[in-house]
Design a protein around this ligand. Structure first.
Ligand code: ATP
Ligand code: MG
Length: 149
């Protein structure tokens, strides 16, 4: 029989507080557990318009308003509390910037073998198709992407 060629060491999942991303996190946790892979729970806060200002560099998380970083912390806490993470090495990541770009860069940095994301997220607009973050990740990822409905 053919040897498996898709060895998972690093699984990256994007969480944004939505039900879909929670389902994505559940799927990613199962994948990580079965494969003995590290699970990276990544949440990105998009800075409010105008934050990039004259200097053109993103604000550090500590410079962001406390309510935003608190919300980010709550998103991770609620995911961690609601899914089974037993027997998994979990890394929680909070960062600031453009969610799709940051997710893609992070996955490349840790050489993730798979990215797991929800088909839609916390956005308020009812879409027929993919959310904009999911769309960009699916288009631009260097690794396989698992899209969770
Ligand atoms: N800020 C974020 N940080 C981490 N992961 C995210 C973030 N935003 C979205 N994701 C991931 O992408 C998936 C799809 O969300 P997306 O933002 O594309 O849809 P949406 O919110 O419905 O639409 P839009 O944001 O375009 O209005 C989410 O389920 C989540 O897995
Ligand atoms: Mg969104």
């Amino acid at each position: 029989m053919r040897e498996p060629v898709w060895d998972l060491h690093n699984v990256v999942v994007g969480v944004d507080g939505s039900e879909q991303s929670c389902r994505a996190a559940t799927v990613s946790a199962d994948l990580a557990r079965r494969n003995g892979a590290v699970l990276h729970l990544v949440t990105i806060v998009r800075p409010p318009e105008g934050w990039w200002g004259i200097v053109g560099s993103p604000p550090t998380p500590s410079a962001l308003s406390k309510s935003l970083t608190d919300a980010q912390r709550e998103i991770l806490d609620s995911v961690v509390a609601s899914i089974d993470l037993s027997e998994i090495e979990v890394i929680q990541v909070e960062d600031v910037g453009d969610p799709a770009r940051m997710l893609l860069e992070y996955a490349e940095r840790v050489e993730a073998e798979v990215m797991v994301i929800g088909r839609r997220g916390a956005g308020l607009i009812e879409r027929i198709m993919l959310g904009s973050v999911a769309n960009r990740v699916v288009h631009d990822a260097e690794c396989p992407v698992l899209l969770v409905p």
